[in-house]
Design a protein. Structure first.
Length: 307
């Protein structure tokens, strides 16, 4: 059976995933949102492979528990940097702390994310899901990029989602002032923006030795969305979670993208776990991507650059 592009993620999710035995000894990996779910299992697998870790966490207490566990289990070094990605100033402070402490960054994994069922704005005046899932990782990456470039060969991995297929991105209404907010579309908008800017950055990074790819971490059990009301939490815990897989598969897939020698020069791609996949058409609009890049520069306070 030949599946249409719009549904290709279904058979891809059933394919045998790629793995690697390559080691990451001594390499520094920065991971955001690493105290549970996908980020935690990525950190665990990278530490097992010998990587040194910097975990950017909103909750320092949870972060320190993960640090103690991974250092004891894998005999590697783990640093915790506290930052709430709903605040651009905290993103800047986190990046500054990392740059001060580390002369090189081998891998950056942008994993921090949120899903809201209701619209609200951050203190920076931006719709929260778009802010956390896209703007914060955009700013964080740009601030760390000079150090990543001097560390080449290096890799950037954007933890995206099949949720980008929900669409929802409207540059004339990023804060949903003119439309009724729908949680799935709000989430989709943030993931579309992240993909569109990934393609732009991939172009900028050509011949630099730094790659950037995006990936869907699989249909796995995580805590994303558990910040919503009790009814939603009940639905997720008792109806949705039993249908989902263990997030360990996400950690193994991220490790492959971060460590596999055959991935060293692959850039500007979207992966369903480790399967190269075509994203939704609206997430491949390069003209829109250039607009999103400029808007993201403006909203994060970065100097605007031409593509």
């Amino acid at each position: 059976m030949k599946w249409p592009d719009e549904l290709i993620f279904i058979p891809n999710s059933r394919k045998t995933q790629k793995t690697t035995t390559a080691r990451m000894d001594g390499r520094l990996c920065v991971i955001t949102g690493a105290t549970s779910g996908v980020g935690y299992h990525a950190a665990d697998r990278l530490a097992e492979g010998g990587a040194r870790l910097v975990l950017v966490c909103r909750n320092a207490e949870k972060g320190n528990k993960v640090k103690e566990e991974l250092e004891s289990k894998h005999k590697t070094s783990v640093q915790i940097v506290k930052a709430d990605f709903a605040s651009l100033s905290e993103v800047r402070n986190a990046a500054a702390a990392i740059l001060e402490d580390h002369p090189r960054i081998d891998v950056l994994i942008n994993n921090a994310g949120i899903h809201n069922t209701k619209r609200n704005l951050t203190n920076d005046g931006v719709e929260t899901v778009f802010h956390v899932n896209h703007l914060a990782s955009f700013l964080f990456t740009e601030l760390l990029l000079p150090r990543i470039l001097t560390s080449a060969p290096a890799r950037i991995i954007q933890i995206n989602s099949q949720g980008h297929r929900f669409g929802g991105l409207d540059l004339n209404d990023l804060n949903w002032d003119k439309r009724r907010y729908h949680g799935l579309q709000g989430y989709g908008a943030s993931k579309v923006a992240q993909l569109l800017t990934a393609w732009e950055l991939a172009d900028r990074l050509k011949e630099s030795g730094v790659t950037i790819n995006a990936m869907h971490p699989g249909a796995v059990r995580t805590n994303i969305g558990m910040n919503n009301n009790l009814l939603y939490q009940w639905y997720q815990r008792y109806l949705l979670w039993p249908l989902l897989k263990d997030a360990r598969i996400s950690g193994e897939a991220i490790y492959y993208l971060a460590a596999a020698p055959e991935m060293a020069e692959v850039s500007g791609r979207f992966f369903n776990l480790t399967i190269d996949e075509k994203p939704a058409v609206h997430a491949l609009d390069r003209d829109l991507g250039k607009q999103v890049w400029k808007v993201s520069n403006k909203l994060t306070g970065l100097e605007a650059t031409d593509v």
